[in-house]
Design a protein around this ligand. Structure first.
Ligand code: 13P
Length: 263
């Protein structure tokens, strides 16, 4: 039995745009998508600004009643307290944030985030009503050794350990091979499908068929307008987590409109 899964295209702005640039980008993005409002009913469009831009982007989305959905790039594993520099789930929820990326490879690589912390952040997001986008992906050596499926499946199993099937059904997984991030090296659609299917299979084994049918699995890594249609044509790929191309309104709008591209 298969459940229809609404495609999700999320733009991870990383540490690229300030709040003024972010506001302009969202305005231009909405304006670019405006003549095809139906895009928003067929595709969920999410932006993940830096924490410093969340308030201004939220104000714009609410004030102009935009259909663009707000996300954040990270969340603390803690609810509140003396954690200098961290931003909590309740703080993000209060700002109207719906999605939050956890375990992005840049957090794992540059900030020492391990599977235990990623699991704690995933649980914190769910506890506060946020939808985690749980990011996994292998480095080049792991792929060269042919271990990419086992590696990413283990990352997912660790991140989701202890959750209920219902919680897992509602969250999002993102397969982002580290060697394809910001390198221009895009995984082939078959590479993306292989791992996304394996992640869904792992969800099915641990949490059951309904959770596997409902969980959305994204691909990320050098996604561009020219590559999105063939990636989205894969049966187990439900969307994309876009970095560089999401900071250009025209490119990001084109990615959102993957259905209009020739596959
Ligand atoms: P790029 O699209 O720039 O490769 O970034 C991918 C990514 O890390 C999204 O989270």
């Amino acid at each position: 039995m298969s459940t229809p899964r609404t495609p999700l295209i999320a733009g991870n702005w990383k540490m690229v745009l300030d709040h003024q640039q972010g506001t302009l980008l969202v305005q231009k993005l909405d304006w670019t998508l405006k003549d095809a409002k139906h895009d928003y009913s067929a595709v969920e469009v999410v932006v993940l600004p830096s924490h410093t831009s969340l308030r201004t982007v939220q104000t714009l989305i609410e004030g102009d009643k935009l259909s663009i959905v707000l996300g954040a790039q990270d969340v603390s594993a803690h609810d509140a307290g003396a954690y200098t520099g961290e931003v909590s789930g309740p703080q993000l929820a209060k700002l109207g944030v719906r999605y939050v990326a956890v375990g992005h490879s840049e957090r794992r690589q540059y900030h020492g985030e391990d599977d235990t912390l990623v699991a704690a952040k995933t649980a914190a997001a769910l506890k506060h009503g946020l939808v985690p986008i749980v990011c996994v992906g292998e480095a080049l050596e792991v792929r060269r050794a042919g271990q990419h499926v086992e590696f990413t499946v283990a990352q997912v199993e660790s991140a989701l350990a202890g959750l209920s099937p219902e919680q897992v059904a509602g969250l999002v997984l993102a397969y982002e091979p580290v060697w394809a991030i910001g390198t221009g090296e895009v995984a082939t659609p078959e590479d993306a499908q292989e791992v996304c299917a394996a992640l869904r299979g792992a969800v099915g084994r641990v949490f059951g068929a309904d959770a596997a049918a409902a969980v959305r699995v994204l691909y990320g890594g050098s996604v561009k307008p020219a590559s999105i249609a063939s990636i989205m044509a894969q049966p187990d790929v439900d969307g994309a987590l876009v970095g560089g191309a999401s900071t250009d309104a025209v490119d990001f709008a084109s990615i959102v409109r993957f259905r209009d591209h020739p596959a």
